[in-house]
Design a protein around this ligand. Structure first.
Ligand code: BGC
Length: 716
């Protein structure tokens, strides 16, 4: 399609309509063709509706096909609509939340899961997913930690690119365009409170927060969504420096930029724009192409052109990007792009999709403590399943078309997998809500069951409504009723396995204190219960590693491994006066980034270097030999960390620079080699240049972000 020629045929109003996105329900005129209700309130006219460019939140393939058909009948230029939706961790078949996928340390698996989601979504007629979400998250109070792959820029970059590849493939009819979000630094919200202000130095921005968006751009992402937050006083949708400056001019991104939901209008609430008209002006000057669910563009852009405050050329550039995306997706040739109810039926919850979700869920689980209780041997005659989440399908927030009642609960998974003759019993014990009250009779019932059972599987944590957008928490410990249930159950049974569901790092101090075996399953998705059973009975081993540090207490937040040292480090010494400490809590996390146990154990040799000095053009190989010292096969994620001892800008105490997953049989050893070049050692220094500075570097090859003995490497 000659999109330039098409553009030249559009009136200014029609161009502006292309730049607007509304929910499909707003785009349905009444039976007599009039516009009433919410659409009228939004000041949509029949003309705008007829030539609007895109819509979000479709219901199913049939209604998508119908809406496209209807649109093409009315659009004077016959330009197909773009259908967008949040396909974040699955479409109908749901895999673990992105934070869980982060724990797999397996970008190839992430790619496969996204590709599966794209297949289901495209069958529904969805053309663009509002993913990947790659906001770096350091604060466990933030509910949207669940949508990220965690606190580390290196891991996030790999996962960001993997998601783009998986969703987009070659953009054929089985894939969708990806939209990386929320640009930028949405995860840096002060105090972890959603939508809150973000303030950070240029160094922190470039070193930690921007790389994952850039990785998506480098992987060829077609779209980008700006965020709700202020960054250093400027809302992202109107942030010319961020969007026009860094994204387009520096990184060369020429794809479509969309706002977040109503975010143009929110620039007024922020106090950045006097009115909707200024919102439109600032957004266009920042090169934002599509306005989602507010009406500043359709109401004011024409006026702004007439007043000479913005140019029609700017509008043309935006519309051309939108038309080009429609063309790349093949919509001018086939506006339905293979959408079909039949295909959906075949794909949704299909056997291969379920199998992939089961594998991903097992690989995402992280074993935090095991005092010999796990795996259950199958000889237990009676097992009690207790807790508010034992009989629930745990699919997590942003689970698109996934349904809780189609997902396998832990109870159902255990029931299927338990040895013949095992008697299962169940008690909810308490309500799972954050502000739930305690019902002593429910707790007593659970305790009675625990007492007379040989083993207990206790399912605690949070469910889909407790993390996600708008779900910040000031306290990340388990709610009081869950804590009481935990303590009372653990007091009467010494074979308790605690399965934690969570969309963020929780404070699990009380749990590990009283419970002999604890693992986190995040929000595992459709096959969660089967994966839990695979792990509990030892059919699968644990191999997940934490993608975020878990605090001992919420007051430590934000807590992350790649922090700077102070001039008065105290370690965990709470008595070290006039040092960087808490008087009532160690400074270290309860579980550090990169941590995770397995059913076997691994021994690490000291790390060695091929040479201890290097020049800027050299490559040094760091090697470590890992041995499986346990009794069964296991998979370990060997992690390479560096520390730049002194530099023009202080460098963090550790930085992840590589990892490799290896599977070893009992007694087997393997040597893992990591290449270190000047780019491994580089950072955004005081001059703003990405460059390695000469001096000493400590090199660790180890099993998490706190362990291991380093060797020195000198860059001469
Ligand atoms: C969220 C975005 C999402 C959009 C559309 C917003 O509230 O912040 O992540 O893509 O809604 O559903």
């Amino acid at each position: 399609m000659d999109t330039k020629k098409l553009l030249s045929k559009l009136t200014l109003d029609q161009k502006i309509a292309q730049m607007s996105q509304f929910n499909l329900v707003l785009l349905r005129p009444d039976a007599d063709g009039g516009v009433t209700g919410p659409a009228q309130k939004m000041e949509l006219t029949r003309e705008i509706i007829d030539s609007v460019g895109s819509t979000l939140n479709v219901k199913d393939a049939a209604s998508t096909i119908e809406a496209q058909k209807e649109h093409l009948e009315h659009d004077p230029n016959k330009i197909p609509l773009l259908f967008m939706h949040d396909i974040i961790h699955g479409c109908h078949t749901i895999y673990p939340i992105p934070l869980g996928m982060g724990a797999t340390f397996d970008p190839a698996l992430m790619e496969e899961c996204c590709s599966m989601a794209a297949k289901e979504a495209s069958a529904m007629g969805i053309h663009v997913t509002f993913g990947p979400m790659v906001d770096l998250a350091r604060d466990c109070r933030w509910g949207r930690c669940m949508e990220t792959t965690g606190e580390d820029p290196y891991l996030n970059c790999l996962m960001s690119a993997a998601q783009v590849r998986g969703f987009q493939g070659n953009l054929d009819k089985e894939h969708v365009a990806a939209c990386v979000k929320h640009y930028a630094c949405y995860g840096g919200a002060e105090a972890g409170r959603d939508y809150n202000t973000v303030d950070m130095s240029e160094h922190t921005l470039r070193e930690y927060y921007l790389p994952a968006y850039k990785a998506a751009v480098d992987a060829g992402v077609e779209m980008l969504m700006t965020s709700f937050n202020l960054l250093n006083g400027v809302p992202s949708s109107g942030n010319k420096y961020l969007v026009k400056g860094i994204l387009r001019d520096e990184w060369g991104f020429n794809g479509v930029v969309i706002s977040d939901y109503n975010a143009f209008r929110e620039m007024e609430k922020h106090g950045y724009c006097a009115d909707g008209k200024e919102c439109a002006e600032k957004a266009l000057n920042a090169t934002s192409d599509i306005e989602m669910m507010s009406n500043c563009y359709i109401k004011y852009l024409k006026e702004l052109v007439e007043e000479g405050k913005v140019s029609e050329k700017q509008i043309d550039e935006a519309v051309l990007r939108i038309l080009d995306l429609k063309d790349k997706l093949g919509l001018f040739k086939d506006p339905y792009r293979g959408a079909s109810e039949k295909k959906c039926k075949k794909l949704f919850l299909s056997r291969p999709h379920r199998a992939l979700c089961r594998t991903a869920a097992a690989k995402s689980a992280v074993l935090l403590k095991n005092d010999g209780v796990l795996p259950l041997g199958g000889e237990e005659k009676t097992i009690a399943l207790i807790g508010p989440f034992a009989k629930k399908g745990m699919i997590g927030a942003w689970s698109a078309y996934g349904k809780e009642d189609e997902a396998v609960s832990v109870f159902d998974g255990i029931k299927k997998a338990a040895a013949k003759g095992t008697r299962l019993s169940y008690a909810q014990g308490c309500d799972g809500a954050i502000r739930a009250g305690t019902d002593e009779s429910e707790i007593s019932k659970a305790v009675r069951l625990a007492k007379r059972s040989e083993a207990v599987i206790l399912c605690l944590g949070e469910d889909r409504a407790q993390s996600g957008e708008g779900c910040s928490r000031a306290n990340v410990a388990l709610p009081a009723p869950q804590l009481e249930l935990l303590r009372k159950v653990c007091a009467v049974n010494d074979k308790v396995v605690c399965v934690i569901f969570n969309g963020r790092p929780l404070d699990l101090s009380a749990v590990v204190e009283v419970c002999p075996a604890v693992f986190t399953m995040w929000q595992p998705g459709t096959e969660g219960g089967n994966a839990a059973a695979d792990l509990i009975f030892g059919k699968a081993d644990f191999e997940g590693k934490l993608p975020m540090s878990f605090p001992r207490f919420v007051g430590q937040a934000p807590i992350y491994y790649n922090r700077n040292n102070t001039g008065r480090p105290a370690g965990d010494n709470m008595d070290a006066a006039y040092s960087s400490r808490y008087q009532d809590c160690p400074t270290s996390p309860l579980f550090p980034f990169g941590f995770g146990l397995s059913y076997t154990s691994f021994a690490y040799s000291p790390v060695t270097l091929s040479k201890s000095e290097m020049s800027e053009n050299d490559t040094v190989v760091a090697s470590v030999t890992v041995t499986n010292t346990g009794k069964r096969q296991g998979t370990e994620t060997v992690q390479l960390y560096i520390r730049d001892r002194f530099a023009s800008l202080v460098r963090p105490v550790r930085e992840l620079k590589g990892f490799e997953k290896i599977t070893l049989d009992p007694g087997e050893s393997k040597t893992v080699n990591f290449d270190i070049s000047a780019s491994t050692l580089a950072f955004y220094g005081a001059s703003g240049e990405f460059k390695a500075e000469k001096g000493e570097f400590l090199i660790y090859a180890t099993s998490d972000s706190q362990s291991g003995e380093p060797v020195s490497l000198w860059l001469k």
